[in-house]
Design a protein around this ligand. Structure first.
Ligand code: SF4
Length: 338
């Protein structure tokens, strides 16, 4: 099933909570937040039912996100429910790692296949200042626990912000190599809660590659057919890393991703102003076929390419001001699950 730009409904990001135990400045820079009402949060049964319906329409990749997904109690139970859906062949999770050390084994046993850990800096004092969190050691312990639990193809996500961690690119590549992991450098995006965003804080993919080639010499692009957001590169010693250039070189043309928030709102694009409420029909007796019909019809009408459209904006600033984020918490990145 394809949308109006010929893109398949391939990858679903399921947010299981809007809560987070970190306050990264590029996502949650503010003091106060409006949270989703608890009674609106989908149960594991509802999340699993939705995933099953999406799988019936062609989704093969499901990624669990938040906020911080590990704040949702008993998450291995949901993983176990999702793993029973054979059409979902790639079940992954993105976490900030703070709670990973205590549940990596259980998640692996329940059937989780891949883990991505957000690691923006190797310097605890920087994380304390930038994310208002002093538990850097717990993130490193989480990465070690994921490896010990047998999660192969471990990925580390790093949002690069000028003046914060743009001097750590090579260090993070070295760290990832030592952890048998692959780092993805993510350009700072103006989406959701990034109210402090400005273009001069963005370190572009081109600039990152220039900095890294000064250190490592010639860097080759990895040629591969994939809808994944990262463009991958290889150093002369075979080490690979990725760059997600959403701000300066968006990849909307191949985007097969959509997101469901923890309260069942389906967003066809990270930049979409509005989403589709799936919770209401889910809870008011719609059959699986009726749900599938609604989703199919909506996807076929999709033409979103938010990041591309942002490229053309002259005086580009943050997408939202605090007032409009407070007015609708669905606009927040930590609600949409990145
Ligand atoms: S901006 Fe929207 S369409 Fe473009 S890659 Fe991101 S989610 Fe997909």
């Amino acid at each position: 099933m394809k949308d109006r730009l010929g893109r398949p409904l391939g990858s679903l990001r399921l947010s299981v909570t809007d809560r987070c135990n970190m306050r990264c400045r590029y996502c949650m820079p503010n003091e106060e937040y409006v949270w989703l009402p608890r009674q609106s949060i989908l149960t594991f049964e509802e999340l699993a039912r939705l995933a099953r319906i999406f799988a019936g329409l062609g989704v093969t990749k499901v990624r669990l996100t938040g906020g911080e997904p590990l704040l949702r109690h008993e998450l291995p139970m949901l993983v176990d429910m999702l793993r029973r859906e054979e059409r979902i062949t790639d079940l992954a999770m993105t976490t900030n790692g703070l709670l990973l050390a205590r549940c990596a084994e259980d998640l692996k046993r329940a059937g989780l296949q891949r883990v991505t850990v957000s690691l923006d800096t190797l310097r605890p004092e920087r994380m304390a200042e930038f994310a208002r969190n002093t538990r850097h050691a717990d993130v490193l312990a989480g990465i070690a626990a994921a490896r010990a639990a047998g999660f192969a193809r471990l990925k580390l996500n790093t949002v690069v912000v000028r003046g914060y961690n743009d001097d750590e690119l090579a260090d993070l590549i070295e760290f990832a190599r030592a952890q048998a992991a692959e780092v993805r450098f993510i350009e700072y995006m103006d989406v959701g809660g990034a109210t402090e965003w400005s273009l001069d804080q963005v370190v572009s993919q081109r600039e990152m590659l220039e900095v890294l080639s000064r250190r490592y010499g010639r860097i080759k692009a990895v040629v591969e057919a994939s809808n994944a957001p990262a463009e991958r590169f290889r150093l002369s010693d075979g080490t690979t890393f990725g760059v997600i250039a959403s701000t300066t070189a968006p990849f909307c043309r191949s985007c097969d991703r959509s997101r469901v928030t923890a309260d069942g709102t389906w967003f066809l694009c990270l930049y979409a102003e509005r989403g589709i409420d799936l919770r209401e029909p889910l809870r008011s007796g719609a059959t699986d076929d009726e749900m599938a019909g609604l989703i199919a019809e909506t996807w076929r009408g999709r033409a979103d390419r938010g990041a591309e459209e942002r490229l053309g904006i002259a005086q580009r600033g943050a997408l939202y001001r605090i007032e409009s984020l407070r007015a609708d918490p669905h606009r927040e990145m930590h609600t949409r699950g990145g």
